[in-house]
Design a protein around this ligand. Structure first.
Ligand code: LLP
Length: 419
């Protein structure tokens, strides 16, 4: 099964934990995101178990799914957080997360965001340029503080993933070229408002072969040794996120424990705290986008299944040619035909699947678009003035509204009156 044990069939009908998706659709309408709390905590615990015995911090990457209920769930499990904006820090705090467990990543942080993070005394900043280091040092000094920083290095390793989500090559905007890193560390270590304590890197996302991650780790560790020998006391190594998940049935998700086991060996005797920033591998498989078939239409030789969800709700197929399994919620029948599953938005790119073999479906049927818990709702928009869908969190038999469906009034909030 693609999305793990938390979505299974009860008497033939697809359910999330103990709640049939049909009941959720009846009660809350479609389209809607449905998340399994157990799936999220289980995936976080896999990281925790793998890291046991090693000084570590697992900073969930908030960008993957920033819903407060999910952040709360993870904070209760002891997660730290990887953020890329002031807004994400605000969310972490609103969810009761501890700012001291937050690492602030990103290639361009505003002065307001840096001040906000300094005021809240976050754990550290992952910095990607000299101008940014200078700004953080200046602002921290003005506030009578010293900021803990890591430099995000670009190890020049090919992550073998979709080009839009690969970040570890020299041609990418991310990080500091590993060759110039020692010089930049030297500059950073002289800035009065900084404590230079970490090395960080993140080479991309949806990485299923862990080889490139281990190669990046080797390069980062070599840099740690060099820096220490030149007197810069590196305390932590942040290897970012990136572990991939199974989007197609038959595929396997990358296993955090095999990654961690190999890294643990490399860290032997080094007295370093290992930090990781997983996003997708915690939440992707824990979510579906539930949609209803509006109608089935034939154009020439092609058959289109038009559903009530669209690219504004889940943009991954349009943006990354991403594949998501689509399962009818009712009992699956054998007969298959090739269809395009599309939404109502006025864009040819508004599709969830093209030429997909599916059992025949008809108006009113429910479809679950699987593995949609990461980079789903967070990338949604109001395009075509479509209110964004609700997010529902299932725990056992209980469904809670993690975010309400937007209303038409929500669509025009902030736009004033036309009078
Ligand atoms: N740390 C940093 C610095 C990152 O840039 C990212 C993701 C992560 C951690 C988390 O990576 P993960 O464990 O989720 O792979 N929207 C795209 C994915 C963009 C990833 C951006 N950075 C998608 O839908 O595939």
């Amino acid at each position: 099964m693609v999305s793990g044990e938390s979505f299974s069939r009860i008497e033939g009908e697809l359910a999330c934990e103990e709640v049939p998706l049909k009941h959720i659709a009846e009660r809350y309408g479609t389209p809607c995101y449905v998340y399994s709390a157990a799936a999220i905590t289980q995936r976080f615990q896999r990281y925790k178990e793998a890291l046991a015995g090693l000084s570590h911090r697992i900073c969930y990457s908030v960008k993957a799914n920033s819903n407060l209920s999910i952040l709360k769930l993870l904070a209760a499990e002891g997660a730290g957080f990887d953020i890329v904006s002031g807004g994400e820090l605000y969310r972490v705090m609103a969810a009761g997360g501890d700012p001291a467990s937050v690492v602030f990543s990103g290639v361009g942080k505003t002065e307001d965001e840096i001040r906000f993070a300094l005021e809240r005394s976050i754990h550290s900043f992952n910095c990607e340029s000299v101008p940014e280091l200078e700004t953080i040092s200046r602002l921290a000094s003005m506030m009578g503080k010293q900021a803990s920083v890591a430099l995000r290095i670009n190890p020049d390793v090919n992550a073998v993933t979709h080009p839009y989500i690969s970040t570890g090559l020299r041609e990418h905007k991310f990080g500091i070229d590993i060759k110039s890193a020692p010089g930049v560390y030297d500059v950073a270590s002289r800035l009065p408002g900084l404590r230079v304590e970490g090395v960080s890197c993140h080479i991309g996302s949806q990485i299923v072969d862990i080889g490139p991650l281990l190669e990046a780790a080797d390069r980062a560790i070599e840099l740690v040794r060099n820096l220490r020998s030149s007197g810069i006391d590196i305390r932590y190594l942040d290897l970012g996120g990136g572990l991939g998940v199974a989007y197609r049935s038959g595929e396997h998700s990358a296993d955090p424990s095999s990654l961690v086991t190999s890294i643990k060996r490399k860290l032997d005797g080094l007295d370093l705290t290992l930090m990781l920033e997983p996003g997708r591998s915690i939440v992707a498989e824990a979510g579906v986008l539930l949609v209803r078939v509006l109608l089935v239409k034939t154009n020439g030789a092609k058959k289109f299944v038009i559903v009530d969800g669209a690219l504004n709700d889940l943009i991954r197929p349009a943006l990354y040619q991403a594949y998501h399994e689509i399962e009818p919620v009712a009992i699956q029948r054998e007969a298959e035909e090739a269809v395009d599953v599309v939404g109502p938005v006025c864009e040819t790119g508004d599709f969830f699947a093209r030429g997909r073999e599916m059992q025949p479906v008809q108006a009113g049927d429910l479809l679950a678009i699987r593995t949609a818990g990461a980079y789903g709702f967070v990338l949604s928009s109001n395009y075509n003035s479509r209110p964004r869908p609700p997010e529902l969190l299932v725990s056992g038999k209980t469904v809670s509204v993690a975010r309400a469906r937007e209303t038409y009034a929500d669509l025009i909030r902030g736009e004033g009156s036309c009078a």
